[in-house]
Structure formats: structure tokens, C-alpha cells
Design a binder for this molecule. Structure first.
Ligand SMILES: Cc1cc2nc3c(=O)[nH]c(=O)nc-3n(C[C@H](O)[C@H](O)[C@H](O)COP(=O)(O)OP(=O)(O)OC[C@H]3O[C@@H](n4cnc5c(N)ncnc54)[C@H](O)[C@@H]3O)c2cc1C
Length: 499
């Protein structure tokens, strides 16, 4: 089946929304296809951006490279700091801590990954923590950091508004037209249900062939006009609210995000060069807004510089992120929740996908279906990784944690957990976002310990295994010892001007 646009080629691209997703899309499309397209972005200063996406994962670096973005300049502009992973506190049990780093841990062999050798080492009394075989993990603990030239895998913390502004400047230089205005009406063709134009409050009418809906939780086009159903994730991810506020920085920024579990959700701390971002994610079924705000205020490290802002959300994904001639990117496409900083990545990934499946002369269903299937698989997989954190807990001290511990989980996740318990193996499918080491760190961090490991790990014998493990942790120790502190690295690499 072929659906035809009203024009016979896709030339006019209209991006509705100028948050991180809208400007990421504008930057990428203008860089890659800008010469042949007419790209307009509409944003409403009245509504503004959600402004809370401040922690990222390393994939964003690759995206920046494709765009030709200069990292030092970007990091200075966005008051950025480096992120080597996430420290989780109180998740498996009150008082415990574990680290999910972005680095590779130890050395794998063709038949099995490093965790099998580490488990074999325990049999011989070697109790070096798993993270001591990973430079990023060890560096984070010592608040050190270094860049790509030293083989370090990192992501960024940045000021969300400054990041969107940077992408805006970048896109405008590439010829993207910028319209400030409030979209009041989405005009849909009665013939084929395609969007033909957006009507603004000031009377302007912006026509297009392909529309990207980047209007955030408002989802004005994909939902408001096209009524595309939403598949809820609420059963698995009970949090549906957040309160965000910014504080003064009271110490050198840590090179990682902190995620601290509370009785009804969890708190984030994201240090930037000029301030810290803080928030509490919680389940409104288990706590009131006022109590969540009170708990956040009691657990801040610095003085607040903004008022607490409550944000309500529904976790889930759009059933079709591409519907007719509209593609949802960012929060319009779905939202897992911020725990593993997947949102900006998912927006970026949708934009990559759009580049690969960009409509040619007309919108054809084979292309749309492929796009939608890939988006759905990607989102559900990322969701499963986040569910793991909530479900694999030993906490049963509150109603919230009892719900998480006892809830039914997706079959694919249940299988993955069981396989790890039984064999220490992580069964990955093609093109997964979170790879072996991420799953192992979170499973073990949440208290899931395998009862067996691959027999190949016993082939070395005690002496050889001890020497292998010693040499790996020794090399990690040397690498980290030579690294500057995170603050020194920022100062020398991308020090921002005071705002
Ligand atoms: C509590 C919380 C914490 C988060 N933390 C992270 C994190 O650490 N890492 C991460 O990757 N992601 C995080 N996210 C997600 C992140 O905020 C988003 O992925 C990111 O900000 C992109 O948002 P967006 O561009 O899709 O939407 P928005 O930023 O909401 O942008 C929407 C745009 O649409 C415009 N708009 C809306 N309606 C109209 C209209 N009628 N007319 C004209 N313009 C309109 C607005 O003006 C705005 O420009 C978090 C989300 C929440 C809720």
C-alpha cells in the first residue's frame, strides 16, 4: 500500500517545537540534507522548553561528531561536566551503593565475558570489586576524569536550555528558518488525513510536506491532530511525577550522576560547572507532591536557586511514532523515565533513523512500518533495562518498593534475569543500547548473583587466573593514577565563562 503526499516530493520540513529534540532534529537534517530541503522550526516562547534533560549517555558524542560539533566549544557553552556513569544508592537495600559505568570491565574471551572470570576469582578468595577492573568506574570513585585520547568512555551533563540554544545557533547557520509563535491549529487534509499546515496564533500559516512533532508532552500533532494511541508503561514504571530544582554548587562537580532511592521513588543530582540540577522522581499513588518536595528539600547539598517545579508525566510510547506525514521525536514519541538518561538518546536515535529512512518522493508504508517497528523495539528494550532497577530490589520497607518487587515484569526481562542467575551470561540481541557490562553491573548491583559461570573460566587454574586478574586491575590502577581530577580536566579542556 502506498500513501501519497499531496505533493510529489518531500521538500518542506516543518519542525514543531524547539526543545532539545526539535533543535537536534533541525541540526541533523540541515547538516545532512539542508541543501535540498526547506526546513522551518516553530517554537513558542510562551510555552518554553521542559528544560530538565541534563544527563546523557555516550552515544551523543558520536552524533556530535557526525554533525562536526567541536566538543570543547560545546562543553564550555553548555556549562558541561563529564559523566562516567551513574552511582545508585539505596536501590537494592537501604544504605548500599553500586556504580553503572560506561566503560568496559576487564577482558572478555570469545566464549564468554569478563564476569565469568571475575566470579571464578571469587572462588579463590579474590575480592577485588568488579568496578576495579574498569577505568571509568575506578576513576569515578576517585573523582578523576579524562578524555577520548586516553580511551575513556564518557557522556555529558549539561544545562538543557544552553544545549538547545547551542543547537539552535548551529542550525540557523545552516539555513534553518526559525519562527516564534504559538501553534493554535493543525490543519489536516480531509482526503488523506495528512497534515497540510500549522496555523499560528498571530495568523501565520506554515505549510509543509513532512512534519516533525517535537512539542514535548503536549504532542500537538501526533496526538492532538492525528490521535495516535499511546501504549502505557505505567504498570512496570510506577513513577509518574517529578519535582525539579537547581541549587548552588557546593563542591567540585562529581564525574557522574547520582541516583538516590527514597521510600517512594528516587532523587537525582547532576553537577554542572555553574550549578547543580536536582530532582525527585516519584509515584503519585504512593506520596503527595508536598511530601516529595519536602523530601527533596531535605536532601539537597546546596542552597536552592530556583523554586521547585512539579512535572507530571505518563510513561509509555506512541503506538506509531510515524503516522501519515508526521513523525514524533522526543517526548512526543514516548517517555521511559529519566533513570538511565535514555530520552535524549532516543530522540537522537529517531533522528538517525529518519536519516536512514528519509522519505523519497512520497511516503510509502514499507518505509513507515520499518521505522515504527524499529522504534518500538528500541523503546521497549530500553524500558526493560530501567524496569530491572526497580524490580530487582530486596527492599520491602514501603508500599512502593513492595509493589516494584512483586510486580509482573515483561517476559524477555524475566528470561534475561533467570539466565544470568543460572549461568552468568547476558543474552543480547542485535543492536541493543545497553550491552553486557551495563546489565551485569546493574544485575549484581541490585543483588542478583549468578550461581554458576562458564567452565572456560576454570581452565586457567588458580595461579594463572590470579595473575590475569592482578594484571588487569593493576593496569586500571595505573591508568586512573595518571588521570587528572575531574575539576582539573574541566579547567584545562572546556572551562566555561561565568554566566
Ligand atoms: C523529570 C524529567 C527528567 C529528565 N531528565 C532527563 C535526563 O537526565 N536525560 C535525558 O536524556 N532526558 C531527560 N528527560 C527527558 C528530556 O527532558 C527530554 O528528552 C528533552 O528535554 C527533550 O524534550 P523535547 O524537546 O521533546 O520537549 P520540550 O523541551 O518540552 O520542547 C517542546 C517544544 O515545543 C514547543 N511547543 C509546545 N507546544 C507548542 C505550541 N502550541 N506552539 C508552538 N510551540 C510549542 C515548546 O515551546 C518547546 O519549544 C527528563 C524528563 C523529565 C520529565
Amino acid at each position: 500500500m502506498t500513501e501519497h503526499t499531496t505533493m510529489n516530493s518531500i521538500r518542506k520540513i516543518v519542525i514543531a517545537g524547539g526543545g532539545t529534540s526539535g533543535w537536534l532534529a533541525a541540526a541533523a537534517i540541515s547538516k545532512v540534507l539542508g541543501k535540498n530541503l526547506d526546513i522551518t522550526l516553530i517554537e513558542s516562547p510562551e510555552i518554553g522548553r521542559i528544560g530538565v534533560g541534563e544527563a546523557t549517555i555516550p552515544t551523543l558524542r558520536v552524533f556530535h561528531k557526525l554533525l562536526g560539533i567541536n566538543e570543547r566549544e560545546l562543553m564550555a557553552h553548555v556549562q558541561g561536566t563529564f559523566k562516567l556513569g551513574i552511582e545508585f544508592s539505596n536501590w537494592a537495600n537501604k544504605g548500599d551503593k553500586y556504580f553503572h559505568s560506561f566503560g568496559l570491565t576487564g577482558r572478555d574471551c570469545w566464549a564468554c565475558q569478563f564476569q565469568h572470570f571475575w566470579l571464578a576469582g571469587k572462588k579463590y578468595g579474590i575480592d577485588v570489586p568488579f568496578g576495579d577492573y574498569c577505568p571509568e568506574s575506578k576513576a569515578a570513585r576517585l573523582e578523576k576524569c579524562s578524555g577520548e585520547n586516553d580511551g575513556i568512555n564518557y557522556a555529558y551533563h549539561f544545562d538543557a536550555n544552553l544545549y538547545a540554544d547551542y543547537l539552535k545557533i548551529f542550525s540557523l547557520k545552516l539555513g534553518v528558518k526559525h519562527v516564534e509563535g504559538f501553534i493554535e491549529k493543525v490543519v489536516v487534509s480531509p482526503e488523506n488525513g495528512f497534515i497540510t499546515s500549522l496555523l499560528l496564533k498571530d495568523g501565520q500559516e506554515i505549510e509543509g510536506d513532512l512534519f516533525l512533532d517535537c512539542t514535548g508532552f503536549k504532542a500537538m500533532l501526533i496526538d492532538g491532530a492525528l490521535n495516535t494511541p499511546y501504549v502505557p508503561y505505567g504498570h512496570y514504571l510506577p513513577c509518574d511525577s517529578a519535582v525539579a530544582l537547581q541549587t548552588e554548587l557546593v563542591q567540585a562537580p562529581k564525574p557522574y550522576t547520582q541516583s538516590i532511592a527514597h521510600d517512594f521513588g528516587w532523587q537525582w543530582r547532576i553537577p554542572l560547572q555553574h550549578r547543580a540540577g536536582n530532582g525527585m522522581v516519584y509515584s503519585s499513588r504512593h506520596v503527595s507532591d508536598d511530601e516529595a518536595i519536602g523530601t527533596l528539600l531535605k536532601n539537597l547539598e546546596g542552597r536552592p536557586v530556583t523554586e521547585p517545579r512539579v512535572i507530571k508525566y505518563k510513561t509509555g510510547r506512541r503506538m506509531k511514532v510515524w503516522n501519515k506525514n508526521c513523525i514524533a521525536v522526543g517526548l512526543t514519541a514516548g517517555f521511559i523515565e529519566p533513570l538511565e538518561s535514555t530520552s535524549i538518546h532516543l530522540a537522537m536515535s529517531a533522528i538517525y533513523r529518519l536519516m536512514r529512512y528519509f522519505p523519497q518522493n512520497e511516503i510509502v508504508m514499507s518505509n513507515v512500518d520499518e521505522f515504527n517497528t524499529q522504534s518500538q523495539v528500541e523503546m521497549d528494550r530500553a524500558r526493560n533495562f530501567v524496569i530491572l532497577h526497580y524490580h530487582a530490589t530486596q527492599r520491602d520497607d514501603t508500599e512502593f518498593w513492595r509493589y516494584c518487587k512483586n510486580m509482573e515484569i515483561p517476559e524477555a526481562l524475566a528470561h534475561r534475569v533467570q539466565l544470568f542467575k543460572d549461568t552468568a551470561a547476558i543474552a543480547l540481541e542485535e543492536k541493543e543500547l545497553f550491552l553486557n557490562d551495563s546489565w551485569v553491573q546493574v544485575m549484581m548491583g541490585q543483588g542478583i548473583m549468578p550461581t554458576a559461570y562458564h567452565p572456560i573460566a576454570d581452565v586457567m587454574g588458580e595461579m594463572e587466573l590470579k595473575s590475569f586478574l592482578r594484571s588487569l586491575s593493576g593496569k586500571v590502577g595505573e591508568t586512573v593514577a595518571a588521570m587528572p581530577t575531574h575539576q582539573q580536566f574541566i579547567n584545562q579542556y572546556c572551562k566555561a565563562k561565568p554566566l
